[in-house]
Write a protein that binds this ligand. Structure first.
Ligand code: 6PG
Length: 235
């Protein structure tokens, strides 16, 4: 595991945008688009705003965008993870940019089947995804992989049924996240420190812990979330 700690959320967004720019430029040098799946939630908003400020200088032909998960909603719905990235950043992409939206408006199962098929075709030419961006929740969920869900599957993308307090979703599966070349997990705020500390505890069974157990994970944290790494954190 690699931990990068920034002073605050804006510094984190700038530092990670710098790193991603380097990765995209490197992909361009190798004439192969960088395949990156974007995280949802609210944490990545600052990163997408920062990348939006750099949209005019990004080599878009060197970038192929996917999503780590999506809610089963219209892309204009405020709950849409696509909308989170589209408003500040992807809306500035040139015509023909390689952006693969999960079609949540089709319903979770149909959207998951279509996305699974897309990713299988992408994987047929080698690795499906180079970088997966992820957040995690207080319960240690990642993407839309929630505690208690079966995580062993042969699928790359799957539907997550609605519950009483959660709309239906489409998510990359744990094997798909583990198979990516790199996993970058973002977190800001002290509430995430507790969740991270729990998933870093040996024997933890959260989806985040299961991912950590299967593949190297790079954590990009602000100072508050980084408190997870301090043994005796003063309140
Ligand atoms: C989603 C995300 C989810 C998110 C975490 C953290 O669709 O909600 O994929 O996994 O990354 O819940 O959310 P915040 O960034 O809002 O804390």
């Amino acid at each position: 595991m690699i931990f990068t700690i920034a002073d605050d959320d804006r510094a984190l967004a700038r530092a990670l945008a710098d790193r991603l720019e380097v990765e995209i430029q490197a992909a361009w040098a190798h004439a192969r688009p960088l395949r990156m799946a974007l995280a949802g939630g609210s944490t990545p908003r600052g990163l997408y705003e920062e990348l939006g400020r750099r949209a005019d200088t990004l080599p878009w032909q060197a970038l192929e965008i996917f999503f780590s998960d999506e809610r089963a909603v219209d892309p204009k719905d405020p709950a849409s993870n696509y909308r989170l990235a589209h408003l500040p950043w992807l809306a500035k992409a040139p015509p023909g940019a390689l952006i693969h939206r999960i079609q949540g408006e089709l319903g979770a199962q149909a959207a998951a089947d279509a996305y699974d098929d897309l990713l299988r075709r992408a994987a047929a030419g080698g690795r499906a995804l180079d970088i997966v961006l992820l957040g995690f929740g207080p319960d240690g969920h990642i993407a839309s992989l929630f505690p208690g869900m079966p995580l062993v599957t042969t699928r790359i993308a799957e539907a997550v049924p609605a519950t009483a307090d959660r709309i239906a979703r489409v998510t990359l599966t744990l094997p798909a996240l583990a198979a990516a070349r790199r996993r970058i997990v973002l977190a800001c705020g002290s509430a995430k420190a507790d969740a991270l500390r729990a998933s870093l505890t040996p024997g933890a069974e959260t989806p985040l812990a299961r991912l950590i157990a299967q593949a190297p994970v790079e954590f990009w944290l602000d100072r508050a979330a980084g408190q997870a790494l301090c043994a005796n954190t003063t309140p």
